[in-house]
Design a protein around this ligand. Structure first.
Ligand code: PEP
Ligand code: MG
Length: 327
């Protein structure tokens, strides 16, 4: 099987009815970039920049951040890399970055990611400068985590733009372009998405956090692992409602949570109209094999029926359909 996946490396992830899916990988360390060549993926759809912070005993200085970003971009070559600004705080607490009010009772819903970065803006400014300098001459893709309201995105973007202007004033070589995106992982954002979409270049659904917030079920608590299923009607309907508006606004929509790395879940996502996935490298082979055996249009029709009147066992229904259709 492993060999069969390896042989597929250079085959396009396209469905039987000709829909080309953009298949990217999630990464976080310099060496993860090797996964691009190993899997034949289209790019890095989520580079978790906090990894460098988490493995470091002290706050990584701007030059060190910049070196990592440049190495990653050099290794990726022509393939795009979406850098997510730091998602630290909460359960990814850093000893050198402490909260004034001490321990948090609910760190996942706490002072983390963009919330922390907009407040400790020295951290964000240094990262913005490191990214902008590292991407000189190329297109820089920046993505903000845990956006809950449109103004947070605006503020983060403005912070980057100020750094771009600052560096332009110092005659530094700049990126050819900077594209800004948000993660959709806080359900509240979906209620204001129409306001945010016109300002976005891309949007990526983070199903790890999204599902824990949608179901009020801690993603790290094994006792709750049976509480919800990624194939539940609530999750699939939630995602289905994002697809149309994103397409109309011309915003590239991806899914970057672990859900997309499971073939049956990825099948459902593609059936909902998702055309871009960023997944763990080991999942590229199995997910590509699924895509190449799928008739997207046929599944889309079936899914629409299924979601209008969902059976209790959505997983069972979808896996039966897959089996019947040779997926
Ligand atoms: C997510 O929440 O789905 C996600 C991709 O981000 P992380 O797993 O890093 O929180
Ligand atoms: Mg997340």
């Amino acid at each position: 099987r492993r060999q069969a996946f390896a042989a597929m490396r250079d085959l396009p992830p396209a469905t039987r009815d000709g829909q080309r899916v953009t298949l990217m990988v999630n990464a976080g360390l310099r060496d993860d970039v090797a996964a691009l060549d190993m899997t034949g993926a289209d790019g890095i759809g989520l580079f978790r920049t906090e990894f460098q912070f988490l493995v470091s005993a002290t706050l990584p200085q701007r030059e060190r951040q910049q070196r990592l970003y440049r190495e990653v971009l050099d290794a990726a070559g022509e393939r795009p890399v979406i850098f997510r600004t730091v998602d630290i705080g909460g359960d990814k607490a850093l000893p050198y970055l402490t909260h004034d009010d001490g321990e948090e009772e609910n760190p996942a819903m706490g002072w983390r990611a963009l919330r922390l970065a907009l407040e400790r803006d020295g951290l964000m400014k240094a990262q913005a400068r490191a990214l902008i300098e590292a991407a000189a001459g190329r297109t820089l893709f920046v993505m903000f985590p845990m956006v809950s309201e449109p103004w947070e995105f605006d503020e983060a973007r403005a912070l980057f733009e100020a750094q771009r202007a600052f560096l332009a004033g110092r005659n530094k070589r700049l990126p050819a372009d900077i594209r800004y995106g948000a993660m959709l992982e806080v359900p509240a954002l979906a209620e204001q998405l129409d306001l945010l979409l016109p300002r976005l270049d891309f949007l990526s659904i983070g199903t790890n956090d999204l599902t824990q917030f949608l179901f009020a079920a801690d993603r790290a608590n094994p006792k709750l692992a049976e509480r919800y299923d990624w194939l539940s009607p609530s999750i699939l309907r939630f995602i289905a409602r994002i697809v149309g508006p994103a397409r109309q606004a011309g915003v590239k929509l991806a899914v970057c949570g672990e859900m997309g790395g499971r073939p049956l879940e990825a099948m459902a996502l593609i059936g909902l109209g998702i055309e871009r996935l960023s997944i763990t490298p080991a999942a590229v082979g199995p997910v590509k094999a699924m895509i190449r055996s799928l008739d997207q249009a046929e599944l889309a029709i079936y899914l629409r029926e299924l979601l209008a009147a969902p059976p209790r066992d959505m997983r069972g229904a979808l896996s039966d359909w897959a089996e019947r259709h040779g997926v």
